[in-house]
Design a protein around this ligand. Sequence first.
Ligand code: CTP
Length: 407
Amino acid sequence: MLKNKTIIVGVSGGIAAYKTCEVVSRLKDLGANVYVVMTKSAQEFVSPLTFRTLSGNPVITYLFSKELKNIPVPHISLSQKADLIIIAPATANIIGKVARGIADDPISTITMSAKCKKLIAPAMNCEMWRNPVVSENTVKLKKLGFVFVGPEVGKLACGDHDIGRMSEPNQIIEKAIELIGVKQDLKREKILVTAGGTREAIDPVRFISNRSSGKMGYAVAEAARDRGAEVTLISANVALPSPLDIKPIKVESADEMLTAVLGNYSEADIIIMAAAVGDYKSEIRNSKFILRSSAATENGSETKLKSKTLNLKLIKNHDIIKTISQQKGRAKKILVGFALETDNLLTNAKKKLKEKDLDMIVANDETTFDSDSAKVTIISKNGKAKKLPKLRKSETANRILDALLRL
Ligand code: CTP
């Protein structure tokens, strides 16, 4: 449920730090990539080596440590890739520093630069917890969106039975899952996703293509995988690494993509065409590099190019998604298209939804190209349109999948 999530666990100085070992171990078991950050006093209770062994990652005890030489500007790069920061145990001191904007140790520094969700598991003496300054700091952090788990009533380090005990590891883990856990709501679904921009060759080195980066399609494939789906990814030309556990079927042209889609769609329950498919291809594919002075003709002979212009005859490619929507057995499948528009975004997207007989279409404009974020409107067959704010493509992908489940 936490597969591919990056979680920073901040450990400040308290006896409850021994329970954080269990937290780290469970987070790892749930698939998270965990980085432990410790204050100086935390190291009096548990050794960094314990957390290094449990997390499988270097432990951050000092931001200038040699061990972090492979992580450039660690307090920024780590916090930027984190999906969640858990501070457990959180002492009155660290709560105070985070609430008041002090950044003088690895936990408070990393937390200050993080935009992700934050979970605090306080642990301290009951009188410290009741101290009005601590209460004020806690209220302030809650207002800022920090989530608290505990403290609980129980046996404290001083021997008292009172409030201040850190929540048990399973309560902390449950909260973490609630905050960033991935629902397994696409389990047993077979999803076919296409991504990237097709290339239509003119000669061995030249082609007609578009600016699609494939990032949206890859984000959809990854989100579907994380939610339990069995994903087939047909990828046209992208400069992206293959997603974990998915081996993309690589294609180049629209014709190759059509063949790959036709060869794989019958197995799929859901087909998501995020690829930017070229509408036209060159009628002739010159087997040789076109020189300034000569090019191949339709019948294969060479023609001298004397004029200042070179005419390239383009012919229409098949509409892949329309071909699928017209196939027998299509009724049992959900078809999702993407619409790239520069003008009349919603009107044109709705037209495509109808003409291609889709269940849903995701309308976006050209600003989405090659960006890590997208601003889209999701339109479903019943005409309902949902405009999403500008979000990271991974978040947009999850919203698209949510909408698809509501169809
Ligand atoms: N599409 C397709 N086959 C094509 C062209 C597009 O399957 N030959 C799919 C795209 O993957 C997308 C949807 O159709 O899901 C809409 O693509 P888009 O390029 O926005 O629209 P077109 O139908 O190509 O029309 P136009 O280029 O005129 O906007």
